[in-house]
Design a protein around this ligand. Sequence first.
Ligand code: F6R
Length: 369
Amino acid sequence: DKGGWSSFMAKEINEQPEAVANTVRGRIEGDHVVIPELEALGDDVLRGIDRIIIIACGTASYAGQVGAYAIEQWARIPVEVQLSHEFRYRDPVLSDRTMVISVSQSGETMDTLMAVKYAIERGVKTVSVCNTQSATIPRESDAAVYTHAGPEVAVASTKAFIAQITALYLIGLHLGRVRETLAPEDSAAAVAQFETLPEKVREAVETHDQIAQLAHWMADTRSVLFLGRHVGYPIALEGALKLKEIAYIHAEGFAAGELKHGPIALIDHGQPVFVLVPSPRTAPLMHSKIVSNIQEIRARGARVIAVVEKGDTSVLPYADDVIRLPLADALFEPLLQVVPLQWFALELSTAKGLDVDQPRNLAKSVTVE
Ligand code: F6R
């Protein structure tokens, strides 16, 4: 039941504040994150981990990339993200101190399941971040940290993505506490961010009307680029994937710093570019770098759509459109930035008369390798 929405995807984008709140619920004690499913593995095991590999496909892998920054920052463990279907073929270096965290909405993606089984055979500890209770991947894993986004029906993943980032952040905070790498004030600050996040995600959802206008004007667009830095980079990749999937438009995401190493040659008059601008308050250095990137592409004729935090006026002279989001700490901005990009894909798909929920050639759960 679409509950009055025009598509399941629209309904699910709108459900994102609850997806975050429900994933956090029951996992906070005072100023700390405590995940019972990780506690069950034993603190000694968690203290002994010297490397984490996140395995996932598609949107889930982008959630993994965002999560990797936070886990490294809070738990001081090197984290890498590998696509599930690439994992086995590289004969990965694994030990009994490696932890593999799989991320999967369905918990049935065959590529990810095979990678998890491979890790288990090699004696690695496996944790599953999954949205579907009792799916195969969480059942096979040593621990399951469920996302509580509720059933996701639209093929394009939205609320599960936000819930996956949330769960990975909680894992990072839990590991940081147990390993004593996380300062108590940083733990308290992150917990405080989670408390206000659902309300901010709601505000991000309310960018819909502005984005719908934008998509309406851009219905003939044939290519869209997305730029981000740090945690904004995987969000750029996710924004591009959404557009490919449901609007069948060529789109690419880039790390903003890569521009001058090649992709800037793509910038031509009228080329639309979404730029995810980090907060000037919490990430001043990255902010100023991104503002220069915007100037560079604008000078070459790009049509700049800047996604900024409210009150950041620095991009106004160079942006054709500005999408404003509530203030959040740097690591929490991706959870807001992705929302207008989801709406943009949905609205362009709709403007082209396509079936938003059932894109061609795609299935919700990919159960073949
Ligand atoms: C993107 C999308 C896919 C899935 C990917 C993994 O909108 O739906 O990229 O994210 O196939 O699926 P799960 O998370 O079920 O393993």
